[in-house]
Each structure stands twice: as structure tokens, then as C-alpha cells.
Design a protein around this ligand. Structure first.
Ligand SMILES: [Zn+2]
Ligand SMILES: [Zn+2]
Length: 784
């Protein structure tokens, strides 16, 4: 059969995606042959559409999964969506025009589940269009019954192991989202602000305190100087009058005060930062709360009550100026912690929260991280740095509405925590009641209304996809993910696996970089967004994947249209080279020739080398080097040289010599297709289906065997002769180019004696491909 004239990616990609689904090519069965290779696929957050960063990093993991499948592994490549957090809450509110807080929580969850059912197929379709080889027959969601059950079971297990606790303590708070947040959700942002030199009075004399947050004056509980600061020795033990609010606070000493900064005198407010928290604890200072959970000034702020923080700051500065209590105002830029979801500057508020213990196990958690193989290796450092620098336990309670509820109640009489029974999970304590009485005999309970941090559930993805204790076992084979969530998703999953099972969650972890545009992070506000659906429409998934394969793992990479175009060119070249080859394989019967011609032997030796390298690269998750090697071999060695050399034998009448060429041609082409298949799954499938499927008796290239490297095929001598052949061919081509004659022009060729005898078995091929009248021996020369 001949290939059609052109390859139409639009038809072809859709066709094979449907075929894979229909034929269950990627469906997992635990009964299937092969070693289990399980992938802890990142569940994307259901929002409108796939973005370019998704297309980029999901291609990377798909390269690996397709390779492993061809390598004979029984690949478990699940797919799920993450939809138990704030973004989903907002999305559903928008689509359904409801207010979550005005509904019963279980009704809202029901509405979410139902809406997700409606919108999920089209969302998931973006991943299918990219050519992902996940098992899309069983898609999980982090809010479905099963995930809620796993997440709550995890909490129960940690409670029983005494690894969670509840405490009323100062915690980072987002006044926009109205919830406590964990250290992992901080984002550093460079912001401009002012250093205000404010006048406090001590014995009617002025002292100057520099602050960026004058609105916290009503929360001032002490003034500090460094005990080694001779300038301020006389102040210690006295009282300072807080400007505008006119009350007195003690002047204390602590070595943490930076003598170089400002005047070396600072105020301690509850709370401006975590040093304030430390001092408040150590010196047993009173608590004065000036900011409410909603980001307004409190009763404590007196005249400024109910103003927003920014307005209060502005007003207080104005009033200080009026009363001549502001000496100077300098503009500065400094790094501030903001909430990664909304960009709000964080406050510190004393509230009651649930925590998972982390700090006491830092060393062990670092050890767990080291047991996993990181690709690229330097990403392990980021993990270690993060764990080493952690300062708080993991705060997992969120004062949000939508999420996985805590499976707990509190006894009305004695306040004891009542845990749900495992067999009753998932529960929503707002609507379900405990089935037994409290230890004290009371059966009246108050439900916990908070929900858990979304990472508390997504850190259980290995349990969710492995069915906790039924399907596979930990560790899974691979976790693929982006580098920005090492501190959250990777870290928390390691924590959970360690606490629950004393195991690492996966053997390998591969970390993708970001997609940038001219070195800049893409964002809606900058207007530099590249939409993957446009690329898919114009160039197809294979070309898009070709671009992603050119990026080194772990590195941020610019989106480059020219690399997508290069992908498209490679697809066309692959089509044309296959078309030519298959046309000339019409009468090929898979019979092995009695003797292989030298150049046919040579191409198989070169191919064998590429197979070896390509396999090694894939084994170390280095798909980009695989792509580079295969691409080079295909364009240069195979197309430019080999195909040109064997043309004359393919067209000729010598049956044995033709068979020799056909044998190598068949084997080289099929291996090239297989090595390209993980990266460009559609074009390779198309060619497979049109020609190789019948010969190879395998219904998809993606479940065919990965080419085997064979030590036996190595032959230094034959390789050297072949290389010499190519070198001479190159010289002749150069000669013809510089003489501006066509490649078909006849020439006279004289070879050095040594080369002549070296190439004696390949002279006929050489003569044909360079179009020589004859080849003489003597001193090397080419002439027209
Ligand atoms: Zn926020
Ligand atoms: Zn009780």
C-alpha cells in the first residue's frame, strides 16, 4: 500500500485519539503483563481551559509514560482534576450564579459535583487533544466521595498517631480570602512603602521609631532596644507614650533589635511580624488586636475603627503630621509576604487552627526526600532548603466554605474532640452526627465548620489513585510536577506517605520548568499569553509536543514558534521519507538477505547506537536529548545520506542487493518511528497503521516494542568504512555545490589507494550516489 500524498494532522490526530480510546490502548488492567509503572499525575484545577504551561509539562510526563509502555511496562497513568479549593468555589458561583455562603454546604457540594460533571468533559478534552496517554476511563476528582473519604481517613490516622493538634495561636491570615494560610502559600513580593519616623514620648522627651506600619500604633504593646546599644541605655525600664493613642508601654531590651536600622528603637505590635509574636510570647506581653479578620480596623483603633488598613495608615500619617509627631517619611522598597492566591499582604492574627506536626520531624522528612530520585538532580536542593527553613507546623484548617470538612465534632459539655468512625466516611459534621456518645456521657456536639487546606487532600493523590490499600503499593514509580509546587504538593505528599506508611510516595520525581515569553513569565495582566488551543489548531499536537521536547527538563523555556514550525517540518519529512520507503518496500517479504551490503550494515550500526543512547536518555528522564539524537539521525544519517545511497539499488534489478537495502530500510524506518512515537504520537501512529501494523501484528505503535540495542551489532571496522564513505560523499557534494552544478552531474573521482581498498566492497554504491563515470585509485581528486 502507498501512503497518501499528504499528511493531514487535523483529521489524523482526532482519528487516532478516538481509536486509542475505542481500542483501550491506554486502559490499565492489573492483570496485564509487564512490571507496574505507576504515575502520580498532577490533577489540574478545573477552570476554563488548558494553558501553555500545562501543555508543556504534561507533554513531558506523557513522553515518559509512552516510552515505558513500549518498554513493556504495565503503565498505570490515571487522570484526575483538583476541584476542592477556592478557584472551584469561585468558578461554580460564577457559572451557577449562586453564593456559596448563602447555601447549605452539602447542597453547594452537590451543585459543584453536578456542575463539574457538566464542564469536566470539555476541560479534559484539552488533555486528550494534546495526545495524552492517560487512562481516561476512570477520572477522579479531589472533591468526589472517594477522595473526601481518603482525605478524612488521613486526618483520622494522623490524629490517632498524635501528629495533629489544635491550637489558638498567631497565624498568617489573608483578609481578602478570610482564612488562615500556611507558610507554603506565602509569596514574596517587592513592594514600595514608606519608612515613617514617628515620635514617642519618654519623660516628655522625643524618641524616634521608624515604622512601615503606623496603623498598628494602637496595637503597640512594648518598645525594644538592643541591650548592647549604649545610646539608649537610659531608656531601659522607662515607659514610652504611644503617639495619638496616648497610653504607656514598657521599654524592654532584646538582642534581636538591629542597632543599624533606623534609630535602633523599635515598637512591638501584636502583630506586625513574627518577631513580634516571639517577643509577645517571651515577655508575656498583652494582646492588642487592631485589625479584624476582614481587614478592617478594630475597636482598639478608636477613631480609625472600621477603616481599611490602607485608609487607616493614610489617616494616621496625616494626623501624626498635624500634631508634629512625624519627623520624616522615606520611600523604600521591601519584600513583603503576600497570599499566593490573591496577592493580599498578610496579617498575623491569633486564631484557633489545626496543625500537622512538621517541625519536630524536619530531619526525617529531609531523609525521605533524599530517598527519592530527583530529575533534574538539583531540584532536591530546593526541597531540602524549603524543609530546613520551615518555621511553622502545617496549618491545615481553612475558614472557607467549600472543601473537604474535618471529620470531627466537639462535645458541648466537656469540649472533647469527637472523631468520626472510619466506616462512616466521608462525613460532613454540619449535617451528620456522631453515632456514639462522648466519654463524658453527653450526646450533644458542636460540629467543626472549617474545611481542610486543599493540599491536605491533594497530598493523598498516591492513595487516591492506588485505592489506598487495594490496587498498587507505595512507592509509585513517578511523580511529575512543576517546580513551584515542590514546597507544597511534593513536600506534603512526602509528609503524608511518611506519617501513614513510613514510605516514600514515589521512586522518581521529575520537575518541569515554566513557559516564558521573551524571558518573562506569562500573565493576563502583561497580555503576553500564548494560547495552546491556537497552536493545536494551526500546527497540531505533534508539533506542539515537538517544541516541548526541545526544552531541557526543569528549565524555564521560552515559547518559540519557530521550534513548533521545525516540528511541523519534521512531520512532513517523516511522512515523505516513509512514503518513499514504503513505496520501495512493496515486494519486501521480511526475508533476511544472505549478505548485507556494507552501507546497509553501516546504517544498522548507526541506528543501534542511537537506540542505545535514546534508551539511556529516556531511562534518566532526559527526553530532550533523546529528541535531539533521533532528530539528527533521522534528518542527516537516514534521509540525507542513507536514502540517497540506496536509491540506485532499490530501483535496480539485482534482487539480492535490493533485498539487502530493503531489509535495512525497513528496520531503520520502523525504529525511527518508534523512537519518535513518545514525542509525536499521531504521525507515527498514522504511518504504523497504514503499513507496519499488518506486518508487525500489533494494533498500535504505542504498544509495540521499543527498539532493542544489541551489543552484537557493534562493528568498529564496518562503521569506520561507512563513515569514510559518507566523508567522501560529503566532499563530492561540496565540490558540486561550489562549482554550481546539479547533484546529478557526472564527475571523475580518484581515491587514495588506502581509501580505495578500504571501500572496495562499497564502490558500486559510491559510484552510483556521486554519479561518477568511474572511480580510480591514485591521489584523491574530483573533476567534472
Ligand atoms: Zn487571599
Ligand atoms: Zn464530653
Amino acid at each position: 500500500m502507498n501512503l497518501p500524498k499528504d499528511y493531514n494532522f487535523k483529521e489524523s490526530e482526532k482519528k487516532w485519539q478516538k481509536y486509542w480510546e475505542k481500542e483501550k490502548i491506554f486502559s490499565y488492567s492489573h492483570k496485564a503483563k509487564g512490571k507496574l509503572y505507576s504515575i502520580d499525575t498532577p490533577p489540574p484545577t478545573v477552570s476554563g481551559k488548558m494553558h501553555i504551561g500545562h501543555a508543556f509539562s504534561y507533554s513531558h510526563e506523557d513522553f515518559i509514560s509512552r516510552y515505558k509502555r513500549m518498554k513493556g511496562c504495565n503503565v498505570w497513568y490515571p487522570f484526575g482534576t483538583d476541584d476542592n479549593g477556592l478557584p472551584t468555589e469561585r468558578l461554580i458561583e460564577k457559572i451557577k450564579n449562586v453564593k456559596a455562603r448563602e447555601m447549605r454546604r452539602d447542597d453547594f457540594v452537590k451543585l459543584c459535583l453536578q456542575t463539574l460533571k457538566e464542564i469536566r468533559p470539555s476541560f479534559i478534552n484539552d488533555w486528550i487533544k494534546l495526545g495524552m496517554s492517560c487512562d481516561f476511563t476512570s477520572v477522579y476528582s479531589t472533591i468526589d466521595d472517594y477522595s473526601r473519604k481518603i482525605s478524612q481517613k488521613s486526618f483520622l490516622d494522623l490524629s490517632k498517631k498524635n501528629l495533629v493538634y489544635q491550637e489558638e495561636t498567631p497565624v498568617s491570615w489573608c483578609t481578602t480570602c478570610n482564612t488562615a494560610i500556611a507558610q507554603a502559600e506565602f509569596e514574596d513580593r517587592q513592594l514600595t512603602s514608606h519608612f515613617n519616623d514617628v515620635v514617642f514620648k519618654v519623660d516628655n522627651k522625643d524618641i524616634i521609631i521608624s515604622t512601615t506600619r503606623p496603623e498598628l500604633l494602637p496595637a503597640c504593646v512594648a518598645v525594644f532596644v538592643n541591650p548592647n546599644d549604649k545610646r539608649h541605655k537610659n531608656l531601659v525600664g522607662k515607659k514610652a507614650k504611644v503617639p495619638l493613642f496616648n497610653y504607656y508601654v514598657p521599654i524592654l531590651t532584646d538582642e534581636k533589635v538591629d542597632m543599624e536600622k533606623g534609630t535602633g528603637i523599635v515598637m512591638c505590635c501584636t502583630f506586625g511580624d513574627f518577631v513580634d509574636v516571639e517577643w509577645w510570647r517571651r515577655y508575656k506581653l498583652p494582646l492588642k488586636v487592631a485589625v479584624t479578620k476582614h481587614g478592617l480596623m478594630s475597636e482598639e483603633a478608636q477613631n480609625y475603627k472600621e477603616l481599611t488598613i490602607k485608609k487607616a495608615r493614610h489617616q494616621i500619617i496625616e494626623d501624626l503630621e498635624k500634631e508634629n509627631l512625624l519627623k520624616e517619611k522615606k520611600q523604600i522598597t521591601h519584600v513583603v509576604n503576600v497570599h499566593d492566591k490573591c496577592g493580599t499582604e498578610l496579617e498575623i492574627l491569633k486564631t484557633k487552627q489545626w496543625y500537622i506536626k512538621i517541625l519536630e520531624n524536619k530531619k526525617k522528612l529531609i531523609e525521605q526526600g533524599k530517598k527519592t530520585k530527583w530529575h533534574p538532580e538539583f531540584m532536591l536542593k530546593r526541597y531540602i532548603n524549603w524543609v530546613e527553613n520551615l518555621q511553622w507546623d502545617w496549618c491545615i484548617s481553612r475558614q472557607r466554605f467549600f472543601g473537604v470538612p474535618f471529620p470531627i465534632w466537639y462535645c458541648k459539655k466537656c469540649s472533647e474532640v469527637k472523631l468520626a468512625e472510619e466506616k462512616d466516611l466521608p462525613v460532613d459534621p454540619l449535617y451528620n452526627k456522631p453515632k456514639t456518645k462522648c466519654k463524658c456521657g453527653s450526646s450533644e456536639f458542636i460540629p467543626e465548620s472549617d474545611v481542610m487546606d486543599t493540599w491536605a487532600t491533594s497530598s493523598c493523590t498516591p492513595q487516591i489513585v492506588l485505592d489506598w490499600d487495594k490496587k498498587g503499593k507505595l512507592p509509585m514509580s513517578l511523580r511529575p510536577q512543576a517546580h513551584d509546587i515542590i514546597r507544597t504538593w511534593a513536600f506534603y505528599t512526602i509528609v503524608k506517605s511518611f506519617y501513614h506508611f513510613n514510605k516514600i510516595p514515589w521512586n522518581d520525581i521529575m520537575i518541569s520548568g515554566f513557559v516564558t515569553l521573551e524571558g518573562q513569565k506569562m500573565s493576563k495582566s502583561k497580555g503576553n499569553i500564548v494560547d495552546p488551543s491556537v497552536i493545536l489548531e494551526n500546527y497540531g499536537a505533534d508539533a506542539l509536543r515537538f517544541w516541548s521536547a526541545s526544552a531541557k527538563l526543569g528549565e524555564n523555556t521560552d515559547y518559540m514558534e519557530k521550534e513548533v514550525v521545525a516540528g511541523q517540518r519534521t512531520i512532513i519529512k517523516l511522512w515523505n521519507a516513509s512514503k518513499f520507503s514504503i513505496m520501495n518496500l512493496k515486494d519486501y517479504t521480511s526475508k533476511k538477505p544472505k549478505k548485507l551490503e556494507l552501507i546497509d550494515k553501516w546504517i544498522l550500526i548507526k541506528l543501534n547506537k542511537v537506540v542505545k543512547e535514546s534508551t539511556e536518555y529516556f531511562e534518566s528522564y532526559d527526553y530532550s536529548k533523546n529528541k535531539m539524537e533521533v532528530e539528527k539521525f533521522f534528518w542527516n544519517t537516514f534521509c540525507d545520506n542513507y536514502l540517497e545511497i540506496i536509491k540506485f539499488r532499490l530501483y535496480g534489478t539485482n534482487k539480492e542487493k535490493k533485498l539487502s537495502a530493503q531489509y535495512s530500510l525497513y528496520n531503520a524506518l520502523i525504529s525511527i518511528l518508534k523512537m519518535f512515537a513518545p514525542i509525536m504520537p499521531h504521525i507515527t501512529e498514522e504511518i504504523w497503521q497504514l503499513y507496519f501494523k499488518e506486518k508487525e501484528k500489533t494494533k498500535s505503535i504505542h504498544i509495540s516494542n521499543w527498539p532493542e540495542y544489541s551489543k552484537k551489532l557493534e562493528d568498529k571496522k564496518a562503521e569506520e568504512i561507512g563513515d569514510k564513505f559518507i566523508e567522501i560523499l560529503g566532499k563530492v557534494r561540496q565540490f558540486k555545490a561550489s562549482n554550481k552544478v546539479s547533484l546529478k552531474t557526472e564527475i571523475n573521482l580518484t581515491l587514495d589507494k588506502k581509501d580505495y581498498s578500504l571501500l572496495k566492497d562499497a564502490l558500486e554504491d559510491l559510484k552510483a550516489v556521486v554519479n561518477a563515470r568511474e572511480i580510480k585509485q591514485g591521489t584523491f581528486s574530483i573533476s567534472l
